[in-house]
Ligand binder design. Sequence first.
Ligand code: FAD
Ligand code: UDP
Length: 369
Amino acid sequence: MGNYDYLIVGAGLFGAVFAHEAALKGKKVKVIEKRDHIAGNIYTREEEGIQVHQYGAHIFHTSEKEIWDYVNQFAEFNRYTNSPVANYKGEIYNLPFNMNTFNKLWGVVTPAEAQAKIDEQRAVLNGKTPENLEEQAISLVGTDIYEKLIKDYTEKQWGKPTTELPAFIIRRLPVRLTYDNNYFNDTYQGIPIGGYTQIVEKMLDHENIDVEINVDFFANKEQYLKEFPKIVFTGMIDEFFDYKLGELEYRSLRFENETLDMENYQGNAVVNYTDADTPYTRIIEHKHFEFGNQEKTIITKEHSKTWEKGDEPYYPVNNDRNNRLYQSYKKLAEAHKNVIFGGRLGHYRYYDMHQVIAAALQCVRSEIK
Ligand code: FAD
Ligand code: UDP
């Protein structure tokens, strides 16, 4: 077993940050990854001179200078600012919900007029504190935006009625009374020039780290548990325990890629289709993340689906039922002193990249003094 201090299961961002920091502190680390490449869901690959985000659009954003400086060690970032647009039956609206959206929808010009319109529409809630995504959305932006830009998109994305989804999901999106189409409020934002894979490659490029791809932990779980003093597990926490308390819910995705013989297909990196009839949630045109002017373009239609065994579990579904079940798994995990659970699947949390880096740094710092 080569006298390793740690076995890291999963070469995604959490596993890579942990491995990198542990290696810098002199620990010997083995990383196993069941896919045929490193970098997990932030994996990008080059095709037609374009960096393709294989597992969906990834835009790095954070307000923490420490995290921004940390990630900038591994790549140079461009000035990309995410400004997706919504296509509702051919009508185009700016996102996130801001004065451009309100002006197009209602013809209002001033923030006071927009606020009055929102207040008038949210009156249907009679002052009730929002308890689910539908109520939260109406409370933030009123019924018109909820009907055209939120309800059907959300039900396609999550496969559940908005009344059965937690309110926090819609609070991810800023609502602004300014003419500002920046999807994020964070201080720092950008796309690594040349893609994300290089970041994980550089993190794992250390003499103390060995990486093996195409290796599934569950093919040899008991042996790994016996032979490695410590394991960092970034896969699904319920799978680790053989689903013995029941299955957590995940959302999976299906990506449909097309290479088109044209320079510019949709004029934006991300277009959301917010109606119920379009089967996909969004179309990504990858070249626009890096302001590309290649002769061809590559687009990806993102379809959301119920996770079944064998699918990639892209999103945890953090409703009350699943959060309670996760807490029970977490108790089991705490009894496994030699296994550290981490990342989006190990913590069953809707983490963005900056949050994964912060969680991994905190974890490795408390683990290795
Ligand atoms: P993962 O990337 O899932 O890595 C876990 C790894 O473990 C995987 O490679 C997996 O194959 C491997 N693994 C699992 N089980 C086993 C096993 N049994 N044996 C061996 N290996 C195993 N974040 C942002 O900040 N900005 C964005 O714009 C953004 N957009 C996103 C869009 C989509 C569609 C999705 C799904 C996520 C997005 N994210 C975004 C979130 C981001 O992808 C995650 O925060 C981050 O990739 C999580 O890293 P991780 O290491 O926790 O998980
Ligand atoms: N959302 C929506 N309409 C949109 C974009 C987002 O209703 O055009 C809602 C939807 O419920 C989604 C949530 O806002 O799940 C969070 O959106 P985000 O873009 O952060 O989702 P992600 O990129 O993580 O899939």
